[in-house]
Write a protein that binds this ligand. Sequence first.
Ligand code: AMP
Ligand code: MG
Length: 293
Amino acid sequence: MPLVTLPEAAVLLRSGGLVAVPTETVYGLAADATNEAAVRAIFVTKGRPAGHPLILHAHDPRPYAVFDERAERLAAFWPGPLTLVLPLRRASGVAPAVTGGHGTLAVRCPAHPLTLALLHAAGVPLAAPSANRFGEVSPTTAEHVLRSFPDLPVLDGGPCAVGVESTIVDLSGPVPALLRPGGVPAEALTLVLGDLAPSGTTAAPGTLPAHYAPRARVLVVDAAGALPAELRDAGETVAVLPRLSPTEHARTLYANLRAADDAGATVIVCERAAPGGLGAAINDRLQRAAFGR
Ligand code: AMP
Ligand code: MG
């Protein structure tokens, strides 16, 4: 039975095992971040290339990374969907596989109560990318995880409340840079820090143009209009993503892409979200899902 209780998950993690864990963003494939062999197993299980460093999840990430004044100000968003890339602390105990040998470490404190309780019970920081095979749509329910990994122990925390990955800000250099739009809107960060270098201007290891992709072809348009009917006339099986508020859109995005695949869609028509707030993260994921298809 792959569903596990919180104490079982904590024991598995402490003994070097992998457990899929809920967070407020997406489900993570977690391992003890201080255990090199356990962290390596994440890469093997996902089929994730070694050059894609992982995010360390902890109640308090300060023992593992060097916080400057900017980092302390942004830590006000924790627990929450914000990841900071900071200089790795010397003698941090973090397994080299987490950072891919980089001198920087990505850290965050997640906002899901069960994840926080698990971090407490496990007593170790957790390295966790999304609990899907590399390149696939991220999981936002325990069931999504089990579809990719039927034998993986999963801690079920219900559907993820945010539904898209964390915002990543690089504070390892003099100019703060947005590496990935996500659950915390960039506008909120700008209020605290001033202007950020926009995403795309700094190379982030493991940020690929194509990612988060369903099997069906994804078409991203400003307004669907007559397009679905035209595609049906051309013999396509068409799914149209519903028009929702930004919060609902983000929360249901991955489940809706998966549902379209399950329904046998050959094309998924997605209307672009309004650009501000969570719209930036939604449009980023839609663009990557559509890239090159
Ligand atoms: P995820 O793919 O959701 O697991 O998020 C991990 C992403 O965070 C990576 O693919 C990188 O883009 C970014 N990241 C993690 N660690 C670092 C790091 N040390 N330096 C720069 N970016 C990082
Ligand atoms: Mg992922």
